[in-house]
Write a protein that binds this ligand. Sequence first.
Ligand code: NI
Length: 170
Amino acid sequence: MIREIKTLKDPVLRKTAHKIEKVTPELRKLIEDLFETMHAHNGVGLAAPQVGISKRLFVVEVEAHPEIPGSGVRYALINPEITQFSPEREVGQEGCLSIPGWRGDVERATRVVVRGMDGEGKRIKLEVEGYVARAMQHELDHLDGVLFIDKLIAPDRIWRVNESEDEETV
Ligand code: NI
């Protein structure tokens, strides 16, 4: 089921999301809906608060080969935590499905270690880099009520894009 994506004016985006105690059938359905909603908007990441559910859960799916749909790895992370940030950082552009039509420059760690549970409730530890690392840092921020516009490298490093350019949005 494609869910409605909440935008900037919705206070749910500014809340600290609640820890998930148990993987229930409702939660599994929410994970599927997050993927479906993200795909419908050509996104590569989506956090539960973005569909109005204030829970610590996000999904990320970045295509390994953009020309081959389905070549990416699907990540669903429950109660995620970043336990290590690389000292190396880089500036890159980000967009957000909750702030459609805008992109901005944000500095992030190039590699992170993420711990949490997968969609089955199994404990996992991931080491990710590059765009997946950026997307996970962006999604984790959503669980703490933080948006990329809070982290611009300078106030003027934000710009508008038209819909066809609005890709790789998280
Ligand atoms: Ni976002």
